[in-house]
Write a protein that binds this ligand. Structure first.
Ligand code: ZN
Length: 366
């Protein structure tokens, strides 16, 4: 009896010791398992959301010094409302500094008048991005004018705006020539490009646009099967694709067009093909709820229509004939919209028969 009791006691002690040691392990293990499980679920949800294409042109052949600033550039392009221009800023940085030094965007001169007053790369990126955002707005979204004025200064934009509002190399040469005539006596300007020497276009870099865009590939990863140019100016970013999309709350929606990121009240919207305006007014849903906002519908022939929604304003009227490449409005966020974008539709009738716009577009940059 005593031996049995002792055995029992020993057994119980062993069991309780095992339990005492194992229980915390089990608890910790269980907790860790739960945490890892939830993290994995969240990661899956995040990648799930990213299945909507968010894509535009890409910076190309830029150094690893430039690439390490990608997230900093992203932060400031978002802050200044030009998210889709992140890779353009990286291309500018590559041309300015290759990503080296304390002032990779070479923003000191425009900031304080002297070279080298900026000591922190982040400050340089902030000021450089802010400056570019301002130039882009002033140039009404004309990307090449904004890039050239990063080198020439804002005076170039006024010069271009007085002469049609679109960048050409010739305008850059003439502006440089004019500025050089005014400033040659200072002795601080000298010709950078061989082609600029014979005509004395020696103010700034007349080849700056080409030099920057050498580091930018306009070809969007979004593939198109057609020949039309995109209806939007600048660095094209598709922010939502055609077809079923899932919202954060899990609800699904059939998205009947393509969404392009653009700058509110700035980015011009163009007709990618000639046509006739058959609708140009503020659209609401039948129940009075916000719909397409300022909407233009073009007819391009029998059974082919395009729609341009959420515009800030339109500058066309019903019945008007439109040439290919003609401006029909300005980017906005009117109607049922969560932020500035162009909602672009291709369809076989005025209000129905939606096709995937990727069947007519080829996603070339303008
Ligand atoms: Zn849309």
């Amino acid at each position: 009896m005593i031996r049995q009791a002792v055995e029992l006691k020993v057994k119980t002690t062993v069991y309780s010791t095992i339990l005492k040691v194992l229980l915390p392990f089990l608890l910790v293990f269980g907790l860790l398992f739960t945490i890892v499980f939830f993290l994995l679920m969240m990661a899956d949800q995040l990648t799930g959301e990213q299945k909507n294409p968010v894509q535009g042109g890409k910076a190309t052949n830029v150094s690893k010094e430039v690439l390490r600033y990608q997230s900093t550039v992203k932060k400031y392009t978002k802050e200044y409302g030009i998210s889709q221009y992140t890779d353009i800023i990286l291309a500018i940085m590559m041309q300015e500094s290759g990503g080296r030094g304390d002032d990779p965007m070479q923003a000191s001169e425009s900031h304080c008048g002297t070279v080298g007053c900026i000591k922190k790369p982040e400050k340089s990126i902030q000021l450089g991005t802010k400056n570019f955002a301002q130039q882009l707005k002033k140039a009404k979204g004309d990307l090449k004018t904004a890039i050239q004025s990063y080198n020439f200064g804002g005076g170039f934009i006024d010069y271009v705006n007085q002469r049609g509002g679109h960048y050409t190399k010739e305008l850059a040469m003439n502006f440089s020539k004019r500025q050089y005539q005014k400033l040659a006596h200072t002795g601080i300007y000298h010709c950078i490009r061989p082609e600029a020497v014979p005509v004395n276009a020696c103010y700034g870099d007349v080849g700056y646009v080409d030099a920057v865009l050498k580091y930018y590939d306009f070809t969007s990863p979004v593939q198109g099967k057609g020949k039309w140019t995109t209806p939007i100016e600048g660095a094209v970013e598709v922010t939502s694709g055609f077809g079923t999309r899932t919202w954060e709350d899990g609800s699904k929606e059939n998205h009947k067009g393509l969404d392009f990121g653009c700058i509110n009240r700035v980015t011009p919207i163009y007709a990618p093909r000639k046509g006739k305006v058959i609708y140009s007014e503020f659209h609401k849903n039948k129940n009075g709820a916000p719909g397409y906002g300022n909407l233009v519908i073009l007819q391009h022939g029998k059974g082919l229509y395009t729609g341009y929604a959420h515009l800030f304003e339109t500058n066309v009227r019903e019945g008007q004939a439109i040439k290919e490449g003609q401006q029909i409005g300005v980017c906005g966020s009117t109607g049922h919209s969560t932020g500035p974008h162009l909602h672009f539709e291709v369809k076989t009738s005025e209000w129905g028969g939606h096709l995937n716009p990727q069947s007519v577009l080829d996603f070339r940059g303008r």
